[in-house]
Ligand binder design. Structure first.
Ligand code: ZN
Ligand code: ZN
Length: 780
């Protein structure tokens, strides 16, 4: 029996080859009708035999027929009257009631079909390093403007040859409308140059063979990829890796690595099924994996951590390179961002030569311009769920869906560290890629440029802007300078918790546990470890870590001596003096004079702040147990402390909850500090001390949540904040909280560190604006 259905689909279904896929499937199943995009999603009218209609719906949602990047959020089917004499299925031009949302999609790892073609001698793209199709290839990184058509991308300078053009215009072809389509006849090409930019080789296979030769000989090669340059070096050659560290002035931070198969990664790290799935996903992020002991990787790839960051090849060029490396001894490469310390990733050829000329020995370049630099994303697994630590290539500008449309368009400025910003448009939160730390002047300029680029790309005209409460933040100051817009200042940890709510499509209230470094508090103190009763409309500070004094705000996040002295002074009061604790302090900072100066600062409260920072407590504890006194990169000491934990230890240190009327509950760690110091004196193993410390924090947070439940009757806990990038701590907290009957939410789609702040700010602003609009409506 013939029937007709109207199918309305929402989700990530535009700009991902969805309409051609619908077309092909309708053809296969002999169905007539049409498909079009509108501002809200995709509409399909479909007519044919009942069983075929059913098969259509099943197959559209199966991996075999759905484009890899399409994500169907809702699918609404209604039966409508049959139309007589409708012979075929057509793709209609988009509904004119408005431009479709998110035409620009993410950069996607090379698909299996393209890899197969690239390996086939008969194919006209055999061995072509820029092969791509509708299901893979660069997108966001090459788009200059909208609409997303070839003239608006950096591919505009390449005129398609006849063969490519034929595929591009054929609706049944895998390359239909794939904007970066190209081949060796008509598309971009690679070349190998010296450090001055002088061409050494231009023939593709020779360029790749020579690059492989250089890498196997321990040379550093700057390789231009999808979102920017990488600095590559043989990850099995310790001398070469150390040379890269020395030249890059990156003394300690772990390097990410790339290889071409899961089997190779398994030689060096533990790869669970979910990790394998992630590594092979179209997003192809760096996945943090537990290290295997005594593996043959160069020790200096990653020291003081217990994980390796691995990614699989994601561009055709990478595969061609590894094919050449496989005959040699090298099978894993360090692939670290091509930049100088904390500056933005470099993506332009000239700038690469200028800035990386002193680091790399040669350059593997190409002439496909990268318009947007996009870093590799970083993911780890919590409870076998993918959790983003850095959201960039493969994920941005993919939206996060809001439950309802926002009435007004909003800009959220984010935080100053690990900055991202966010726009709202209709029912979408559009978060930027990882921008970086704004205190670097180049990063700050990149921030300003990026805001304008993304605003144009998504045609957002914000009427409301949201920023952090911190008056000193550059992001705040930039926001405040926007004349004529309504500004909302939002407390840092409230934004953290709100980011969890937004991701889960909730508006609260929940019990929010923020375990964090630092954020400006409403009382002017530096908050960090907070228990908030929070919704998207408001929050109340239910509890926090007891304040201690932190000297020299700017340097306090680097020098562990500062929080250590603050904590010791708080714990021992007048009993504390430098001589008595000299044995402990000298392992943190040998300079006794410096110890004295900082202690005096704390005692007289000169240039000190009160803080409930948990991040700084990690620094202090790591330093006390002898893991170093200085964070050469952010969270170095906390990461070392986590890496030291011995398995299966259930013991913990004491803590105390202090409940004074009229004040928030306080979590006091004085008992913990005393016991911990006694353990150090008794020379207990660092791994045991670290486990007891982590266990104590998890238990303390659990007790705060229980107290909050008692007084509010809420039973959902949301976890966020940078300290929850610590896998041991978050896994233990989730376990304890669930055991106590809580339902537990945590960040997955955006980082729990400050990279997630902008989403939280946007979600709060959207809610507050909606509420205001409702009030006005009511008055009308
Ligand atoms: Zn492909
Ligand atoms: Zn061509």
């Amino acid at each position: 029996m013939v029937k007709r259905q109207k199918i309305f689909i929402t989700g990530s279904v535009q700009g991902v080859g969805f309409r051609p896929a619908v077309y092909r499937l309708a053809q296969k199943l002999d169905l007539s009708g049409f498909v079009y995009n509108d501002t809200r999603g995709v509409t399909i009218e479909l007519q044919g035999k009942e069983d075929k209609l059913e098969e259509f719906l099943t197959r559209l949602q199966s991996d075999s027929d759905k484009p890899p990047l399409a994500k169907i959020k809702t699918c609404n089917v209604t039966e409508i009257p049959v139309i007589e004499a409708e012979g075929k299925f057509t793709i209609q031009t988009s509904d004119s009631t408005g431009t479709p949302l998110s035409q620009v999609t993410v950069d996607i790892a090379t698909c299996r079909d393209c890899l197969t073609e690239m390996a086939e001698k008969e194919d006209f793209r055999y061995g072509y390093p820029f092969i791509n199709c509708t299901n893979c290839g660069p997108r966001y990184s090459i788009v200059k403007n909208i609409p997303y058509d070839r003239p608006n991308t950096t591919m505009s300078v390449f005129k398609m040859c006849e063969k490519c053009a034929a595929q591009y215009t054929e609706i049944t072809d895998r390359r239909f409308n794939a904007q970066p389509v190209a081949c060796c006849e008509c598309g971009p090409a690679i070349r190998l140059t010296d450090t001055k930019g002088k061409t050494i080789e231009t023939q593709t296979d020779k360029v790749i063979a020579e690059t492989a030769g250089l890498l196997s000989a321990g040379k550093i090669v700057a390789i231009k990829g999808v979102g920017g340059f990488h600095l590559a070096v043989d990850a099995l050659n310790n001398k070469a890796v150390e040379k890269l560290r020395y030249r890059k002035k990156r003394d300690h931070k772990p390097f990410a690595m790339m290889t071409d198969s899961i089997e190779k990664i398994k030689k060096y790290a533990l790869v669970s099924e979910s990790a394998e799935h992630l590594l092979k996903s179209p997003q192809s992020p760096i996945v943090l994996l537990l290290q295997k002991r005594n593996c043959s990787l160069a020790p200096s790839v990653a020291e003081g951590v217990n994980t390796y960051g691995f990614m699989l090849c994601y561009a055709p060029l990478h595969y061609l390179l590894f094919e050449q490396l496989n005959g040699r001894r090298t099978d894993v490469l360090v692939m670290t961002s091509g930049n100088i310390s904390d500056e933005p990733l470099i993506c332009k050829n000239e700038l690469a030569l200028e800035r990386l000329g002193g680091i790399a020995d040669a350059f593997l370049m190409h002439d496909r311009e990268i318009f947007r630099q996009v870093d590799d994303s970083i993911v780890h697994l919590v409870d076998e769920q993918a959790v983003l630590l850095r959201r960039a290539r493969g994920y941005v500008p993919g939206p996060i869906f809001a439950e309802q449309n926002c009435r007004q368009e909003i800009f959220a400025a984010g935080a100053d560290l690990k900055n991202t910003f966010c726009f709202t448009k209709q029912n979408q939160f559009i978060c930027s890629e990882h921008i970086g730390d704004l205190e670097d002047a180049e990063v700050y300029h990149h921030y300003i440029d990026s805001i304008e680029h993304l605003r144009k790309l998504f045609e957002v005209r914000p009427e409301v802007v949201a920023c952090d409460l911190h008056p000193g933040y550059l992001s705040t100051q930039h926001t405040m300078s926007q004349a004529g817009l309504k500004v909302l200042s939002i407390q840092h940890h409230w934004a953290h918790i709100a980011s969890v709510l937004a991701e889960h499509g909730l508006s609260g209230p929940v019990i929010g546990l923020a375990a964090d470094g630092t954020g400006y508090g409403t009382d002017g103190a530096v908050w960090g470890c907070e228990c908030l009763i929070a919704s998207l409309e408001k929050f109340e500070r239910f509890g926090h870590l007891a304040y201690y004094q932190l000297a020299g705000a700017d340097r306090a996040s680097k020098e562990a001596l500062r929080p250590a002295l603050g904590l010791l002074k708080k714990t021992y009061g007048d009993d504390f003096n430098i001589d008595k604790f000299g044995w402990l302090l000298e392992r943190i900072e040998p300079d006794a004079n410096k110890q004295r100066i900082i202690l005096e600062q704390i005692e007289k409260q000169i240039n000190t702040v009160e803080t409930s920072s948990l991040g700084r407590i990690f620094d202090a504890v790591a330093a006390m147990v002898g893991l170093g006194g200085y964070n050469y990169f952010e969270a170095q000491l906390p990461m070392a402390l986590e890496a030291a934990i011995e398995d299966e230890i259930e013991e913990l240190y004491d803590f105390e909850l202090i409940n004074r009327t009229g004040e928030p509950l306080q979590l006091d760690l004085g008992g913990m500090i005393k016991q911990l110091i006694a353990d150090i004196r008794e020379k207990k193993a660092v791994g045991i001390i670290s486990a007891k410390f982590h266990n104590c924090l998890a238990a303390g947070l659990l007790e705060m949540a229980k107290s909050a439940r008692e007084s509010t009757k809420l039973n959902t806990v949301a976890l966020s904040g940078g300290v929850f990038c610590n896998r041991y701590l978050i896994i233990r907290c989730i376990k304890l909280l669930k055991k106590a009957g809580f339902s537990v939410l945590f960040n997955r789609d955006v980082p729990s560190n400050d990279g997630g702040i902008s989403l939280g700010q946007a979600a709060i602003a959207a809610k507050l604006m909606k509420r205001k609009a409702l009030l006005v409506d009511h008055l009308d």
